[in-house]
Write a protein that binds this ligand. Structure first.
Ligand SMILES: C[S@@+](CC[C@H](N)C(=O)[O-])C[C@H]1O[C@@H](n2cnc3c(N)ncnc32)[C@H](O)[C@@H]1O
Length: 241
Protein backbone atom coordinates (compact mmCIF):
# COMPACT_ATOMS: atom_id res chain seq x y z
CA UNK A 1 0.00 0.00 0.00
CA UNK A 2 1.24 3.55 -0.67
CA UNK A 3 2.39 6.09 1.88
CA UNK A 4 -0.04 6.51 4.74
CA UNK A 5 -1.01 10.10 5.43
CA UNK A 6 -1.90 10.44 9.10
CA UNK A 7 -5.48 11.52 9.66
CA UNK A 8 -5.29 14.70 11.75
CA UNK A 9 -6.76 14.66 15.28
CA UNK A 10 -10.48 15.51 15.43
CA UNK A 11 -9.78 19.03 16.69
CA UNK A 12 -7.71 19.87 13.59
CA UNK A 13 -9.50 17.76 11.01
CA UNK A 14 -12.10 20.37 9.97
CA UNK A 15 -9.49 23.05 9.24
CA UNK A 16 -7.19 20.53 7.54
CA UNK A 17 -9.98 19.30 5.23
CA UNK A 18 -11.18 22.83 4.43
CA UNK A 19 -7.67 23.98 3.44
CA UNK A 20 -7.05 20.85 1.43
CA UNK A 21 -10.20 21.33 -0.66
CA UNK A 22 -9.39 25.04 -1.07
CA UNK A 23 -6.10 23.96 -2.70
CA UNK A 24 -7.66 21.50 -5.15
CA UNK A 25 -10.93 23.41 -5.85
CA UNK A 26 -9.88 24.97 -9.22
CA UNK A 27 -9.19 21.53 -10.77
CA UNK A 28 -11.53 19.40 -8.66
CA UNK A 29 -14.12 18.71 -11.41
CA UNK A 30 -11.52 17.76 -14.03
CA UNK A 31 -9.72 15.45 -11.58
CA UNK A 32 -13.01 13.80 -10.57
CA UNK A 33 -13.95 12.96 -14.16
CA UNK A 34 -10.50 11.51 -14.88
CA UNK A 35 -10.25 9.55 -11.60
CA UNK A 36 -13.65 7.90 -11.99
CA UNK A 37 -13.43 7.64 -15.81
CA UNK A 38 -16.81 9.40 -15.86
CA UNK A 39 -18.45 6.51 -13.99
CA UNK A 40 -19.49 8.78 -11.11
CA UNK A 41 -22.29 10.08 -13.36
CA UNK A 42 -24.05 6.72 -13.19
CA UNK A 43 -23.51 6.38 -9.41
CA UNK A 44 -24.96 9.85 -8.84
CA UNK A 45 -27.99 9.00 -11.01
CA UNK A 46 -28.61 5.83 -8.98
CA UNK A 47 -28.38 7.81 -5.73
CA UNK A 48 -30.98 10.28 -6.92
CA UNK A 49 -33.25 7.44 -8.03
CA UNK A 50 -33.02 6.03 -4.48
CA UNK A 51 -33.83 9.43 -3.01
CA UNK A 52 -36.95 9.85 -5.18
CA UNK A 53 -37.75 13.36 -3.91
CA UNK A 54 -41.31 14.64 -4.38
CA UNK A 55 -41.84 17.00 -7.32
CA UNK A 56 -41.36 20.61 -6.28
CA UNK A 57 -39.75 19.47 -3.02
CA UNK A 58 -36.79 20.92 -1.12
CA UNK A 59 -33.53 18.96 -1.06
CA UNK A 60 -30.37 19.66 0.93
CA UNK A 61 -27.06 18.50 -0.55
CA UNK A 62 -24.47 18.29 2.22
CA UNK A 63 -20.79 18.96 1.46
CA UNK A 64 -21.90 20.04 -2.02
CA UNK A 65 -18.41 21.02 -3.18
CA UNK A 66 -18.62 22.37 -6.73
CA UNK A 67 -22.24 21.22 -6.97
CA UNK A 68 -22.15 17.90 -8.85
CA UNK A 69 -25.04 16.35 -6.89
CA UNK A 70 -27.00 19.64 -6.88
CA UNK A 71 -26.91 19.91 -10.69
CA UNK A 72 -27.72 16.23 -11.12
CA UNK A 73 -30.78 16.68 -8.91
CA UNK A 74 -31.93 19.66 -10.97
CA UNK A 75 -31.31 17.90 -14.27
CA UNK A 76 -33.39 14.98 -13.00
CA UNK A 77 -36.23 17.22 -11.82
CA UNK A 78 -36.08 20.98 -12.52
CA UNK A 79 -39.06 21.58 -10.19
CA UNK A 80 -36.89 20.83 -7.13
CA UNK A 81 -35.53 23.55 -4.83
CA UNK A 82 -31.99 22.45 -4.02
CA UNK A 83 -29.69 23.95 -1.39
CA UNK A 84 -26.02 22.98 -1.30
CA UNK A 85 -23.98 23.53 1.83
CA UNK A 86 -20.18 23.40 2.15
CA UNK A 87 -17.59 25.03 4.40
CA UNK A 88 -14.94 25.61 1.72
CA UNK A 89 -15.28 29.02 0.00
CA UNK A 90 -13.33 28.15 -3.20
CA UNK A 91 -15.42 24.98 -3.73
CA UNK A 92 -18.59 27.06 -3.34
CA UNK A 93 -17.25 29.65 -5.78
CA UNK A 94 -16.91 26.82 -8.31
CA UNK A 95 -20.50 25.76 -7.60
CA UNK A 96 -21.84 29.29 -8.08
CA UNK A 97 -20.00 29.68 -11.41
CA UNK A 98 -21.41 26.37 -12.63
CA UNK A 99 -24.86 27.36 -11.40
CA UNK A 100 -25.06 30.20 -13.91
CA UNK A 101 -24.51 27.69 -16.75
CA UNK A 102 -25.94 24.43 -15.44
CA UNK A 103 -28.78 25.01 -12.99
CA UNK A 104 -32.04 24.48 -14.82
CA UNK A 105 -33.93 25.40 -11.71
CA UNK A 106 -33.58 26.68 -8.21
CA UNK A 107 -30.09 26.17 -6.73
CA UNK A 108 -28.87 27.99 -3.63
CA UNK A 109 -25.44 27.65 -2.03
CA UNK A 110 -24.79 28.26 1.66
CA UNK A 111 -21.43 28.40 3.44
CA UNK A 112 -21.57 26.37 6.64
CA UNK A 113 -20.38 23.34 8.60
CA UNK A 114 -22.51 20.20 8.30
CA UNK A 115 -21.67 19.39 11.94
CA UNK A 116 -24.12 22.18 12.91
CA UNK A 117 -26.57 22.79 10.08
CA UNK A 118 -27.91 26.37 9.88
CA UNK A 119 -31.48 25.19 9.17
CA UNK A 120 -34.56 24.64 11.30
CA UNK A 121 -36.00 21.27 12.30
CA UNK A 122 -38.21 19.46 9.73
CA UNK A 123 -37.21 21.72 6.81
CA UNK A 124 -36.29 19.45 3.86
CA UNK A 125 -38.08 16.80 1.76
CA UNK A 126 -34.79 15.00 1.10
CA UNK A 127 -31.04 15.15 1.67
CA UNK A 128 -28.02 13.91 -0.25
CA UNK A 129 -24.28 13.67 0.30
CA UNK A 130 -21.60 12.69 -2.19
CA UNK A 131 -18.08 11.43 -1.38
CA UNK A 132 -17.85 13.42 1.82
CA UNK A 133 -18.88 11.54 4.97
CA UNK A 134 -15.28 10.27 5.31
CA UNK A 135 -14.13 13.84 5.72
CA UNK A 136 -16.31 15.07 8.56
CA UNK A 137 -15.04 15.28 12.14
CA UNK A 138 -17.87 13.21 13.66
CA UNK A 139 -20.12 11.06 11.48
CA UNK A 140 -22.78 10.44 14.16
CA UNK A 141 -23.18 14.15 14.84
CA UNK A 142 -23.68 14.85 11.11
CA UNK A 143 -26.24 12.03 10.79
CA UNK A 144 -28.19 13.39 13.79
CA UNK A 145 -28.16 16.85 12.22
CA UNK A 146 -29.53 15.43 8.96
CA UNK A 147 -32.34 13.65 10.81
CA UNK A 148 -33.16 16.91 12.60
CA UNK A 149 -33.54 19.02 9.42
CA UNK A 150 -35.49 16.40 7.43
CA UNK A 151 -39.27 16.29 7.51
CA UNK A 152 -40.76 13.05 8.86
CA UNK A 153 -40.89 10.54 5.98
CA UNK A 154 -38.07 12.27 4.06
CA UNK A 155 -35.03 10.30 2.92
CA UNK A 156 -31.28 10.77 3.09
CA UNK A 157 -28.97 9.16 0.52
CA UNK A 158 -25.20 9.00 0.92
CA UNK A 159 -22.88 8.04 -1.96
CA UNK A 160 -19.26 7.27 -1.11
CA UNK A 161 -16.36 4.92 -1.61
CA UNK A 162 -16.47 1.89 0.65
CA UNK A 163 -14.49 -1.18 1.65
CA UNK A 164 -15.00 -3.86 -1.00
CA UNK A 165 -15.90 -7.24 0.60
CA UNK A 166 -14.49 -9.28 -2.31
CA UNK A 167 -10.76 -9.87 -1.65
CA UNK A 168 -9.67 -10.04 -5.27
CA UNK A 169 -11.64 -6.97 -6.19
CA UNK A 170 -10.30 -5.20 -3.08
CA UNK A 171 -6.70 -5.86 -4.16
CA UNK A 172 -7.26 -4.26 -7.56
CA UNK A 173 -9.24 -1.41 -6.08
CA UNK A 174 -6.60 -0.74 -3.40
CA UNK A 175 -3.90 -0.67 -6.04
CA UNK A 176 -5.90 1.90 -7.98
CA UNK A 177 -7.07 3.90 -4.98
CA UNK A 178 -3.91 4.05 -2.87
CA UNK A 179 -1.31 4.13 -5.67
CA UNK A 180 -2.84 5.52 -8.86
CA UNK A 181 -5.19 8.10 -7.36
CA UNK A 182 -2.32 10.06 -5.69
CA UNK A 183 -0.36 9.99 -8.96
CA UNK A 184 -3.22 11.02 -11.23
CA UNK A 185 -4.62 13.43 -8.61
CA UNK A 186 -1.20 15.05 -8.38
CA UNK A 187 -1.04 15.51 -12.16
CA UNK A 188 -4.62 16.51 -12.91
CA UNK A 189 -5.81 17.80 -9.53
CA UNK A 190 -2.65 19.71 -8.70
CA UNK A 191 -1.92 18.25 -5.25
CA UNK A 192 -0.44 14.83 -4.66
CA UNK A 193 -0.71 15.33 -0.88
CA UNK A 194 -4.48 15.96 -1.09
CA UNK A 195 -5.02 12.94 -3.33
CA UNK A 196 -2.99 10.82 -0.92
CA UNK A 197 -5.12 11.95 2.05
CA UNK A 198 -8.41 11.28 0.22
CA UNK A 199 -7.93 7.52 -0.30
CA UNK A 200 -6.42 7.17 3.16
CA UNK A 201 -9.55 8.66 4.70
CA UNK A 202 -11.31 5.41 3.67
CA UNK A 203 -8.94 3.36 5.84
CA UNK A 204 -10.40 5.00 8.94
CA UNK A 205 -14.01 4.99 7.70
CA UNK A 206 -16.56 2.43 8.97
CA UNK A 207 -17.43 -0.49 6.68
CA UNK A 208 -20.80 -0.56 4.91
CA UNK A 209 -22.58 -2.69 7.58
CA UNK A 210 -21.24 -0.56 10.42
CA UNK A 211 -22.31 2.63 8.65
CA UNK A 212 -25.83 1.25 8.23
CA UNK A 213 -25.94 0.62 12.01
CA UNK A 214 -24.90 4.21 12.59
CA UNK A 215 -27.71 5.42 10.30
CA UNK A 216 -30.18 3.42 12.40
CA UNK A 217 -28.71 4.72 15.67
CA UNK A 218 -29.00 8.31 14.42
CA UNK A 219 -32.76 7.83 13.89
CA UNK A 220 -33.17 6.60 10.30
CA UNK A 221 -35.83 3.94 9.78
CA UNK A 222 -35.30 1.26 7.09
CA UNK A 223 -31.58 2.09 6.85
CA UNK A 224 -29.85 0.10 4.12
CA UNK A 225 -27.25 0.26 1.42
CA UNK A 226 -26.51 -0.80 -2.14
CA UNK A 227 -23.07 -1.87 -3.24
CA UNK A 228 -21.72 -0.84 -6.65
CA UNK A 229 -18.41 -1.69 -8.30
CA UNK A 230 -17.92 -4.86 -6.25
CA UNK A 231 -18.58 -2.89 -3.07
CA UNK A 232 -15.91 -0.25 -3.59
CA UNK A 233 -18.78 2.22 -3.91
CA UNK A 234 -21.77 2.17 -1.55
CA UNK A 235 -25.01 4.11 -1.46
CA UNK A 236 -26.52 4.24 2.03
CA UNK A 237 -30.07 5.43 2.58
CA UNK A 238 -32.56 5.89 5.37
CA UNK A 239 -35.89 7.55 6.08
CA UNK A 240 -36.66 9.88 8.96
CA UNK A 241 -39.29 8.14 11.06
C1 LIG B 1 -14.83 15.13 -2.00
S1 LIG B 1 -15.68 16.66 -1.95
C2 LIG B 1 -17.27 16.18 -2.52
C3 LIG B 1 -18.00 17.27 -3.23
C4 LIG B 1 -19.32 16.85 -3.88
N1 LIG B 1 -20.27 16.39 -2.91
C5 LIG B 1 -19.13 15.80 -4.96
O1 LIG B 1 -19.85 14.79 -4.94
O2 LIG B 1 -18.31 16.01 -5.86
C6 LIG B 1 -15.93 16.88 -0.20
C7 LIG B 1 -16.51 18.24 0.17
O3 LIG B 1 -16.90 18.18 1.55
C8 LIG B 1 -16.70 19.45 2.12
N2 LIG B 1 -16.72 19.28 3.59
C9 LIG B 1 -15.98 18.43 4.33
N3 LIG B 1 -16.29 18.53 5.63
C10 LIG B 1 -17.27 19.48 5.71
C11 LIG B 1 -18.01 20.02 6.79
N4 LIG B 1 -17.80 19.63 8.05
N5 LIG B 1 -18.95 20.95 6.53
C12 LIG B 1 -19.16 21.37 5.25
N6 LIG B 1 -18.47 20.91 4.18
C13 LIG B 1 -17.54 19.95 4.41
C14 LIG B 1 -15.38 19.90 1.51
O4 LIG B 1 -15.18 21.27 1.62
C15 LIG B 1 -15.54 19.41 0.07
O5 LIG B 1 -16.08 20.40 -0.75
Amino acid sequence: MATQVPIPPAGDKGAFVREMFARIAPRYDAANRVLTAGMDEGWRKRSIALLAPPRGGTVLDLCCGTGDVVFHLLRTDPTLHVTGIDFCTPMLEGARKRSAREARGDAAFVEGDVMALPFGDNTFDGATMGFSLRNVVEIDQVLREIVRVLKPGARFVNLDVSKAPNRLFKRFFDLYFYRLVPLIGGMVGGSRAAYTYLPNSLTHHPGAEDLRTRFTRAGFADAGFERLMGGSIAIHYGTKA
